[in-house]
Each structure stands twice: as C-alpha cells, then as structure tokens.
Design a protein. Structure first.
Length: 155
C-alpha cells in the first residue's frame, strides 16, 4: 500500500464519519419540527433511529480516525494537534452518551429530538469537526497535499 492510498483511506474514513453525524443532525432538525409525539409506525422514526445509530458508531471512532489523519499527514506541531484530538475524543464521547440516552428511549418524540439538537454536547462535537476540518485543509494546502479534504460536507 502506498503512502498516498493510506492518506486517502484515512481521509475517506473521517469524511464518512463526519457525513454520518451531519446527516443525522440535519434529519433531527426536520424531525423536531414535525411535532411528533413518538416514532411508532415506522417511517421517519425508523429512519431517525437508523441515523442515530450510524452517528453513534461514527462518533465512537472519530477521535482515532482524526488521529490517523494527523499522523498520515504529519500535521505539525504534533503536540498541538494531539491536545485538540484529546478534546475531540472527549467531546465525541459526551455526544455519544447523549445520543445513546435518546436511543434507549421507547419513543422518540419531536420534543426529545429538539432537546438533543440543542444539546451543547452535540453542538460542541459539530463545532470541533468544523474546526479540525479547516485546520487540516489549511495544512494540506500549505503542504501541497492533493486529494480529498477532510469533512468535505462539513465545510
């Protein structure tokens, strides 16, 4: 495997994780606006549970995925990136706890989802993603690295 393909794979993993989290968040905004008392009967509720499960899986490995990108791209200063990746990992864990709490409920009302949308934990994770995405793009441009940008949908 070549260095370029390793970098591309690392970037693709991060992009897929960010996309899953963002797709879920966007769907939750629409779901919350519907005023539904619960998710019985399938339809949007079933789709929401699927998206929440995907977002939870994505958040669970997000810090490690970004760490791989930082390593593969040799982002510097390494200790500065590691300090932020530690923050990202904690924030992803906090958001994951909130998502799992919601998934554990027998019904997903629009009010419950609106509260999750407003959660500082979820918003903080999204902001972390936007921040690290932009720094990686700047580093790639400065280094003349070609290929996919991290979190393309995030920016």
């Amino acid at each position: 495997m070549t260095k370029g393909s390793t970098v591309t794979e690392a970037l693709q993993d991060v992009v897929a994780r960010c996309d899953a989290i963002e797709e879920c968040y966007e769907f939750m905004l629409a779901y919350a606006a519907r005023g539904l008392p619960g998710d019985a009967g399938g339809g949007p509720g079933t789709q929401l549970r699927d998206l929440l499960a995907r977002a939870a899986e994505a958040a669970g490995g997000l810090g490690a995925a970004y760490a791989r990108v930082a390593l593969e791209l040799r982002l510097a200063p390494a200790e500065t990136y590691q300090a932020f990746l530690d923050v990202l990992g904690r924030d992803a864990g906090n958001a994951l706890a909130a998502v799992n709490l919601v998934l554990a409920q027998p019904r997903l009302s629009s009010q419950l989802i609106d509260n999750l949308n407003a959660s500082m934990h979820l918003r903080t994770l999204l902001t972390d993603i936007f921040l690290i995405d932009e720094t990686v793009k700047i580093q790639q441009t400065a280094a003349g690295t070609s290929g996919e940008n991290v979190g393309e949908a995030a920016g």
